[in-house]
Design a protein around this ligand. Structure first.
Ligand SMILES: [Zn+2]
Length: 211
């Protein structure tokens, strides 16, 4: 587990260095199936170390002296229900995805168009859940429900979370989502070619991630 905790701290610093996380926003966690290690409350992701991570059980009971991010309830809900048996979670308030989450006419069925095969392989289908207060039990319930069928979840007027079998996989998905949201805004007024239905089916057949 030690490696995954170090991966978590490295990913956190990298997100901060690249502007995906700022101030004390964003929280990450990993689990071994019984215990969960979450980034601490009120801390910047810039310079975390393994000994500063909060360790909790699957009910949220503290197992060490560090206090978990106040958003930890949705981490637990996601792990409890994850259809893919996820063991790592990235939650960010990164700019382009938050911008997407604030659009009044967001299409909940397909919030981002399929520009590239990589979005299809790593992110789609992206779930959309309504705005619910950060840290609330209601938000945890909504995340838990979405995790029954999704590894990537957009939270209206808030941010997103991605799940993965490993921290590397959750990070990959987070980066793909943020960059695709950026593309969406860059290309908003352009005449575009999207992947066709046949091209999408081919990706799904060859890479087979989508249910
Ligand atoms: Zn948040």
């Amino acid at each position: 587990m030690r490696n995954e905790l170090e991966n978590l701290c490295e990913a956190a610093a990298s997100f901060h260095a690249r502007g995906y996380a700022f101030g004390s926003t964003g929280n990450l966690s990993v689990t071994d199936g019984e215990r969960v290690w979450v980034t601490p409350t009120g801390a910047s992701l810039r310079r975390l170390t393994v000994d500063r991570l909060a360790e909790i059980d699957r009910e949220g009971k503290p197992l060490n002296g560090n206090k978990a991010s106040k958003e930890y309830p949705f981490h637990l809900a996601a792990y409890r229900n994850s259809f893919s048996g996820a063991r790592a979670l990235v939650h960010l308030h990164s700019t382009w995805t938050v911008a997407l989450s604030c659009l009044e006419d967001l299409d909940a069925a397909e919030p981002l168009p399929v520009f590239t095969p990589y979005y299809l392989m790593r992110v789609a289908p992206l779930a959309v859940i309504p705005y619910l207060r950060p840290g609330s039990a209601e938000l945890a319930v909504a995340v838990g429900e979405a995790a029954r069928a999704h590894d990537c979840i957009l939270m209206r007027n808030h941010g997103f979370l991605t799940l993965g079998a490993t921290m590397d996989e959750a990070v990959d998905r987070a980066e793909e989502l943020e960059e695709t949201a950026k593309l969406f805004f860059l290309l908003r007024n352009e005449k575009l070619r999207y992947l066709t239905g046949a091209e999408r089916s081919e990706i799904q057949q060859v890479f087979g991630r989508k249910k």
